[in-house]
Design a protein around this ligand. Structure first.
Ligand SMILES: [Zn+2]
Length: 171
């Protein structure tokens, strides 16, 4: 079967102009996407700018994640996004072998990590670990956020071992 050159790809996109025009998920991304609401919007919009932004309470100064209508510590609704470093450590993890969605069939097994943020260990983010060696999938491993632009509209924050970046001389 012939492979598509760039002209071929353009022809396919031209055949589905409504999809391209709406900025809908690209047809080749077949996993579920987050749904934005008034509380989670700032988190996903920051991710699109390649920033990790956590809701910070201006009444008590604490970070809240996942985003909620009111602060989980003092119930104030004075929450605003605060850009954080994206550095943290693996607090816990699991390895998913069974695909719970058809889009993940070709990915398994893959790790799901709970990352404790450097700014506040009470803030833990569920995400994926990427660009890692098997021995780096462990509790306490220092990690940092990376951004995966999965569609033109949605970027997913994921994490990789900080050692991976250092090994490539990125810092
Ligand atoms: Zn508060």
């Amino acid at each position: 079967m012939p492979t598509l050159d760039s002209r071929g790809s353009r022809r396919i996109m031209a055949a589905i102009p409504s999809l391209a025009a709406r900025g809908a998920p690209m047809p080749d991304y077949d996993k579920p996407l987050p749904e934005l609401n008034q509380f989670t919007k700032s988190y996903w919009e920051a991710a699109k700018r390649h920033q990790l932004a956590i809701a910070k309470c201006s009444a008590c100064g604490r970070l809240n994640h996942p985003p909620k209508p009111v602060c989980r510590f003092c119930q104030s609704d004075k929450l605003a996004p605060q850009v954080v470093s994206g550095k943290g450590t693996i607090y816990s993890y699991t390895v998913t072998h069974y695909p719970y969605h058809p889009g993940f069939v070709k990915n398994g097994p893959y790790p799901v990590v709970l990352v404790e943020l450097e700014e506040d260990p009470r803030v833990r983010i569920v995400s994926n670990l990427v660009d890692y060696k098997p021995e780096q999938l462990k509790v306490g491993e220092p990690v940092e956020v990376v951004f995966d632009d999965v569609t033109p509209e949605v970027t997913l924050p994921k994490f990789r071992p900080r050692a991976a970046a250092a090994a490539r001389g990125e810092r």
